[in-house]
Design a binder for this molecule. Sequence first.
Ligand code: ADP
Ligand code: ZN
Length: 725
Amino acid sequence: MQTTTSILKDTFGYDFFRPLQQEVIENILARRDTLAVMPTGGGKSLCYQIPSLMFEGLTVVISPLISLMKDQVEQLRAFGVPSVFLNSSLSPQEYQENMDYVKRGEVKLLYVAPETLLTPRILALLSSLKVDLITIDEAHCISEWGHDFRPEYRQIVEVRKKFPEAVCMALTATATSRVRQDIRHTLKFPTTNEFVASFNRENLFIEVLPKQEPNRQVLEIIDRHKDQSGIIYCFSRKQVDELSAFLSVKGYSIRPYHAGLNDAERRRNQELFIRDDVQIIVATVAFGMGINKPNVRFVIHYDLPKSIEGYYQEIGRAGRDGLPAQCTLLYSYADVAKLNYFIDQKEGDEKRVAIEHLNAIVRFAEDERNCRRKPLLNYFGEAYSAENCSNCDNCNSAPTPLTDITIPAQKFLSCVKRADEKFGAGHIVDILLGSKNEKVLRWEHEKLSTYGIGKEWDRKQWMHLARQLLSLGYLKQDGEFYTLSLTVKALESLRKREPIFGVMQEAMERVKNDGKKKEEELEYHRGLFAILRQKRKELADEAGVPPYVIFPDRTLIEMAAYFPQSQDSLLAISGVGQVKARQYGEAFLRVIQDFSGKHGLSERKKEARRDKSDAGRRYVLIGELYNGGETVPGLMDRYKVTNATILDHLTRFVLAGNELRKGNDLETLTTATPDQKQAVFKVFDEVGTAMLKPVFDRLDGALSYDDLKVLRLMYQVLGRGDVGK
Ligand code: ADP
Ligand code: ZN
């Protein structure tokens, strides 16, 4: 007897369910009509695909996105699941063939466009069959309150009535409660069968950078993601064309996408991107609907988006495979002014709504203190209560100690002044570094007294300083060319020789590491990974499908980490099911064997990995291991996570009412002096242990958050005060 878990592993090759997948599937198997709301990349498809394999009859999937149907069917066939689609893109002959497959009961899943479903021909076909499950994808299209209402979706309700035996599932990634209510009401679903997954996408690193020299900033990000797929969103077609030209000249593999290109061109560029033939798409917001590419590693917003809703949807296209991805918004006040200009041409309600949207995104972009996830999730009606998400710029930079940056700041400011306040940061840095480039020589800036006085720092460090001086209000930036000039504050400070405090250089480095951190939890061989990718591309081109249909990146990464040498070990790799192992196993094994032979590598055993779906219980496991004598460093090593993460788990363990072993190993994890300890405990006595920020502030940042976490745990273990207040 097949279980949901055995199908997950044997057919799809995955070890764990994503959040809510299992609950939704069980509910459908119990034949209860179900509404599931999950973010993009949450794994909605498996919610009906697994039941479809357990039901005897047919599963019908209604979807308005014609381009996605083909993609889904290709992926399913690669997993060995017989499925077809019916929509207007097929030739009459293909259409008939697919109908025949369905009629003969040879397929488990039928994808169909709503208008196709409503034709008498299809309705007659379906009435002659046993239909077990009707899935309505993009179910928000039913609601007039949604952003994408489609009248033909209303008629689906009538069709559903014709199949009272079938269980019905509605899926969407749009979360407002109004729309949810509408869907339930229209389809007559009971409230109890609604599942709403968190919209938090933990794997996305979210950051906002001041837009200084956007082209150079874009290059920095692209260079950090060599050979990885990315999307760059621009405000206008003109901007898309300019940036595309700039990147093409630099030799990057890119294609533009906007409404000014003809259909064929747009389709071709999108296809090249999906098939990994092109690395980067530079696009307006027209790009992205109906794109299923799971391995987009970065999304850059070159210009300010118009609303949080749009922004979240756009960054949501990154990291659908669950691996880390970077989302960078380049923010400048000039963009706000530009959007305001467009808003001014609107009137009435439309204008009011546009202003509200813009204000919300500006508040988000300008907030330098709070976790980025909070406003985003709040916007979708979800409370986000974690103290530190450790995957956004603000959470990662809060505890950074300030240092005296007076000297470099003076150098920079006086260089801006000497150059007559007519240039952007990049040129100022060129002068400080003593560059002999054309622009420096043309303006005779090699003759300035500040020429070449900044060689002790590299370009990145200087650019970072420039951003700080802007945000600290010493510099202002204007016009099309982001020209820098000194503020009154800067002039005062130079005159009085006041000290300036800021962050020394690391910010950039930290961001760099954080963007990658999680991927490197699993150490893998980059060389082998590159060869495996090539193999995948070859097989994909032969089969005429996108590379991710063969295997997702995660699978290749695991292959390059464990070097499996046999079919059996291959099946232990995430994403390798029975059918794919048979079909592609040999080809990949040959590559791995060949490579390991040449480099003297042998197979590594794949330990049962504790995955996200298990994370809910992980703290118990960690607590028990600790009580069993395992040390914090030992646990860090075992789970390949940081000190702070282990401490968070142990804290949760204690808060859940468990006792923790009283050892002195916590003592060794902090550098706090006895006096500091007492001071911290005293603050805990006063304000409770729920938040660390008040403690951090009270001690003027003398102890790091890591230290505070250790002390909090000690405080709780010792049983002082009101735990978990
Ligand atoms: P959605 O439709 O919700 O946007 P998909 O169903 O397309 O998301 O899933 C996104 C990606 O995640 C796909 O590549 C899919 O194969 C993968 N995926 C889904 N469920 C799991 C799982 N339990 N474990 C690993 N990968 C999964
Ligand atoms: Zn955060």
